[in-house]
Write a new protein. Sequence first.
Length: 383
Amino acid sequence: MKKVRNYWSIDRRSFIKRSSLLAGVCMLGRGTEVFAGNESDFPAEYVARLDDGRLQCTLCPNLCTPVDGENGACRARGIRNGTYVSLVHSLPCVIAVDPVEKMPLFHYHVHGPALAISTAGCNLFCQYCQNWQFSQKSPAETSNFAMSPEDIVMRAIDMQIRTIGFFYTEPTIYIEYMKDIARLAKKRNIKTVMVTAGYINPEPLKDLFELIDIFVVGYKGFTEEFYAETIGGKLDPVKKTLIAIKESGRHLEIVSLLIPEKNDDMKAFQAGAEWFVENLGTDVPWHFSRFAPEFMLKNLPPTPNGVLEMARTLAIKAGVKYAYTGNNPGQEGNHTYCPGCSKKVVERLGFKVLRSFLSAGKCPDCGYQIPGVWLDDLPNGNI
Ligand code: SF4
């Protein structure tokens, strides 16, 4: 099938609306083209031919087998002219500059900005998705920027940004594009962060360990029932992903959005916290994030602060050394405390770092080494 490209620029109002959807600043250079309803035909990796002749995508546990002309469940991959292809390579629908703390990523180069990108599509179907306008769409339904991996890395260099984040929607589904960007970024000493739900099969995940520096993974709930009903997936593959990343030695942070009536049962949470410590140890930072009513769960209230604090307390009691609360500025759980002497070593207000006393990740009072990726020796108390 001939590749279809619709070169209509989106109108000014749509462009402004799209840009303002994001807290970051959309940074398009001169000559960057915007396409509406476009898709790529980049050959997909992780494809198997079944005994009956069908093609199967082996990238994630969904193991899709679409027919020619159709897409997989993520809408970002499909079969065209008998070949399984990525439909989103070099076609991000979001480009923004964000503080790394937004991902959330607290044990890394505090207060450093990241160039964040994402494409259309997702392999899960979270009923509360904050980015459903992109995640639950195919690239044919979004407006996309034409940006090759080289364009992305050069944009980061031009802006003197030292981190590229694969963020907002699920990067697993555009793994070929992510890997191409990460390969180039590595050569330029730019760090890469994959913010993911962890719904990926072991082989492609293993390939990412060579390229991606940091993983932020959603541990979205603590029971299979929650994953089946609210996420449209399974918990077990996510647990395997978390263990594999931990064993890889890559920097890992974990985020759990707590949703009233859905995954805020503290008995289930307690079991989840025990699994966390038993399998991931006590050094992996764990963020408890406040739910905001969105998409299909607009009927539920935001998470009360008390629930976030209770989760943080239980996690600390279970042994987690770095437990945070997020999307609730001004709370005790926003800050980093030294496990050695309890000093507040990084002070935050929401995503903003107010003060950091760390020096190459060490507590200035007792010298405790806080685990993380620390790019700078920041002078005490200054950002
Ligand atoms: S990545 Fe997409 S196409 Fe591949 S198995 Fe998962 S949902 Fe299906």
